[in-house]
Design a protein around this ligand. Structure first.
Ligand code: AR6
Length: 187
């Protein structure tokens, strides 16, 4: 697929993921699925108790959500069909190259798992936050490259999803995404 053809399928937005229309939004959760701060806090606050209820059911049926995996709940009070909760990796400080490469793989897996789960549930418009780039300290530029490449790789295999929105809460992430998408000729 020519990257240019993805211009209509990848959308870059600056703002709050809970405010932008989509079929499903992705939450940057933690393995407990019991909520937290950052985008996780915003989604649980806006969505209300249905989301936590569904997360608790998932906990009792399958246990914790491993890093790189994804689960799906209702969206509660938000105007989406569902919320997909995925768990990104915590960035490894220090010099251990293998650990860093492993974290990169897991971040890619979090995006791919979410896209596959959306497709499985017939959800065609999906919004992603910048997974792992907040509390989990993943370097923003590297995380953006991984996110964009994971989405491109998905589109090479499947055309089910119609639109992927990258929702950047911070100016810095927005500019990083803008530069990468421009370089690739997607914007
Ligand atoms: N809409 C879109 N993006 C947002 C919003 C929002 N409303 N709020 C924050 N962000 P983080 P992580 C951005 O820390 O690094 C939680 O406690 C934020 O600017 O939310 O994956 C979980 O429970 C940043 O760019 O997620 C986990 O314990 C991005 O979302 C842990 O944090 C991700 O930042 C996960 O850490």
């Amino acid at each position: 697929m020519k990257l240019e053809n993805l211009k209509n399928k990848i959308v870059l937005v600056k703002g709050d993921i809970t405010e932008y229309p989509a079929d499903v939004i992705v939450n940057a959760a933690n393995s407990s699925l019991m909520g937290g701060s950052g985008v996780d806090g915003a989604i649980h606050r806006k969505g209300g108790k249905e989301i936590l209820e569904d997360c608790m059911k998932i906990r009792s049926s399958q246990g914790k959500c491993n890093v790189g995996e994804a689960v799906i709940t209702r969206a509660g009070n938000m105007p989406f069909k569902n919320v997909i909760h995925t768990v990104g990796p915590v960035w490894q400080l220090g010099k251990n190259k293998e650990k860093k490469l492993f974290a990169e793989k897991l971040l890619k897996k979090a995006y791919i798992s979410s896209l596959e789960l959306a497709e499985k549930n017939k959800l065609k418009i999906i919004s992603f936050p910048n997974i792992s780039t907040g509390i989990y300290r993943f370097p923003k530029e590297l995380a953006a490259k991984i996110a964009i490449n994971a989405v491109i790789e998905y589109f090479e295999k499947s055309d089910f999803i119609e639109k992927v929105n990258f929702i950047c809460f911070e100016d810095e992430n927005f500019e990083i995404y803008q530069n990468i998408l421009n370089e690739k000729g997607i914007m």
